[in-house]
Write a protein that binds this ligand. Structure first.
Ligand SMILES: NC(=O)c1ccc[n+]([C@@H]2O[C@H](COP(=O)([O-])OP(=O)(O)OC[C@H]3O[C@@H](n4cnc5c(N)ncnc54)[C@H](OP(=O)(O)O)[C@@H]3O)[C@@H](O)[C@H]2O)c1
Length: 326
């Protein structure tokens, strides 16, 4: 099978296409022929070794000091089950699936094995392979923060900074589904997209400052590291929550103390749970969550996909398609 290999930290062209043996499913595992995956912001961070300030060393200790311990990146996919190992009961060959491998990665390849009880679900029929491949990375993060950390409920006023990214575009749709009144920021070019995803109010971050004389929010979710807890307290209601999903270490430390009116900061990595993927798949099947696709690249052009992600201005998700889908 073909796979994209990234053995050292570096520029997009450090990723190269190689031939590797196709894996064989063991007990309770399924073999998936991957149709599409994404190059997510996490893949760009790992490939380039670019981490939020203060997290460089710990990331190298976890993912590899001088070279990536797991050289095949890619956290999510859509595909078809082609074989099952002994004991598998949940899936059968021919099932179209979506999956989230998260930090175990290895989705930038034509085939991957997964445990049948991993974050794997039947693909919603209304999504294309590209849309299904982009369901999990942004979606699980947004879901964890909005539903599980902030407990967003109908009538809550939620501001999402960076609504046009992978996490942001999922967050706008999930916050809306949870019943919030949703405001969000992006550059002017993406405001119409955000309205089409259900945002009630949109702000161009280049010309409008949400901390000045605007409404106050119950929840502010910063998906791009565009603000600090200190700045956002001015725009948070008493007791409001600041969700800092892209915080650096100084930002995390600054949020350890409450704000002047009891505002709090929540941060940290989102968990990778099969139940969350099932929740997102249901939402997508009901037509309430549609992953946004920026561009699709064939696997052979994955370096270009990495370069696009590295601009920091992709719209939603960058997809890579496998050779057999060309
Ligand atoms: N805590 C966790 O568990 C977790 C999980 C996933 C991701 N993350 C982190 O979250 C961050 C976002 O991930 P992502 O995949 O959503 O990123 P992404 O898709 O690459 O973000 C790109 C988007 O950011 C927008 N943007 C850039 N600067 C902005 C600004 N100043 N204000 C508002 N929007 C701005 C761009 O919109 P315009 O083009 O309109 O400027 C673009 O659409 C990354 O740092 C990632 O590492 C954390």
């Amino acid at each position: 099978m073909q796979a994209a290999l990234c053995t050292r930290y570096g520029a997009p062209d450090t990723v190269r296409i190689v031939d590797l043996p196709t894996p064989t499913p063991q007990a309770n595992e399924v073999l998936i022929r991957i149709h599409a995956s994404t190059v997510a912001s996490g893949d760009w961070r790992l490939r380039s070794g670019t981490m939020p300030r203060g997290f460089g060393l710990i990331s190298r200790l976890v993912f590899g000091l001088r070279r990536l311990r797991q050289p095949i990146l890619g956290t999510e996919f859509s595909g078809t089950i082609t074989a099952t190992g002994p004991g598998v009961t949940r899936f059968q060959p021919g099932d179209a699936v979506v999956g989230f491998a998260g930090t175990t990665m290895r989705c930038h390849a034509e085939y991957r094995v997964m445990k049948e009880d991993a974050a794997l679900a039947l693909k919603p029929a209304n999504l294309s392979d590209a849309q299904a491949a982009a369901l999990c990375f942004g979606g699980t993060t947004a879901l964890h923060y909005l539903r599980d950390k902030a407990h967003v409920r109908p009538g809550h006023s939620v501001l999402i900074l960076g609504g046009a990214g992978a996490v942001g575009s999922a967050a706008v749709q999930i916050a809306k589904h949870l019943g919030a009144v949703v405001s969000t920021t992006s550059s002017a070019a993406n405001l119409e997209l955000l309205r089409s995803l259900g945002a009630d109010h949109t702000l161009d971050y280049r010309t409008q400052d949400f901390t000045h004389d605007g409404p106050r929010y119950d929840v502010i979710m910063d998906t791009v590291g565009a603000s600090t807890f200190g700045q956002t307290c001015k725009a948070l209601r008493p007791g409001g929550l600041y969700l800092a999903i892209a915080a650096d270490l100084p930002g995390m430390l600054a949020g350890l103390r409450q704000g002047p009116q009891g505002q709090r900061q929540l941060t940290g990595p989102a968990p990778e749970r099969p139940a969350d993927v099932a929740w997102l798949v249901d939402l997508a099947a009901q037509g309430h969550y549609l992953p946004v696709i920026d561009r699709s690249y064939p696997l052979a052009q994955i370096a270009e996909a990495h370069a696009r992600v590295e601009t920091g201005h992709k719209r939603g998700n960058v997809v890579v398609t496998m050779p057999h889908t060309d």
